[in-house]
Design a protein around this ligand. Structure first.
Ligand code: ZN
Ligand code: ZN
Length: 111
């Protein structure tokens, strides 16, 4: 059994894992998302193992003040040390977590 959930759709059952070195490449059969999971992610601050993998936005600042999300990468957050960040992330799902330090902008570009 894989202790994970899909960062894209939250699926926890229909996941396929494939070992890739020190990580597991996971494939969500529900939405086709593919991501990597460290085998034993531990918190660098408290050493805890209660980590959650969340997609974090990769943001690029273009000309002027416009920011654009160019992709996501999976980061592991500690349920203890990063609790507030996790709460904010779950509140905004399915949007990815935004980087901590954003240049000041009034609004992200809409569609
Ligand atoms: Zn999924
Ligand atoms: Zn921690």
């Amino acid at each position: 059994m894989i202790d994970a959930n899909c960062p894209a759709c939250g699926e926890t059952e229909r996941l396929q894992g494939k070992r890739e070195g020190n990580a597991i490449e996971l494939h969500c059969l529900a939405c086709d998302e593919v991501w990597e999971r460290d085998l034993n992610p531990t918190c660098r601050q408290c050493g805890g193992t209660d980590m959650q993998a969340v997609p974090k936005a990769i943001v690029e600042k273009g000309r002027g003040t416009q920011l654009s999300v160019v992709g996501t990468r999976t980061v592991h957050l500690c349920s203890e040390c990063d609790r507030e960040t996790l709460v904010a992330y779950h509140r905004n799902r399915p949007n990815p977590l935004m980087p901590d330090q954003l240049p000041t902008v009034s609004e992200l570009p809409g569609d």
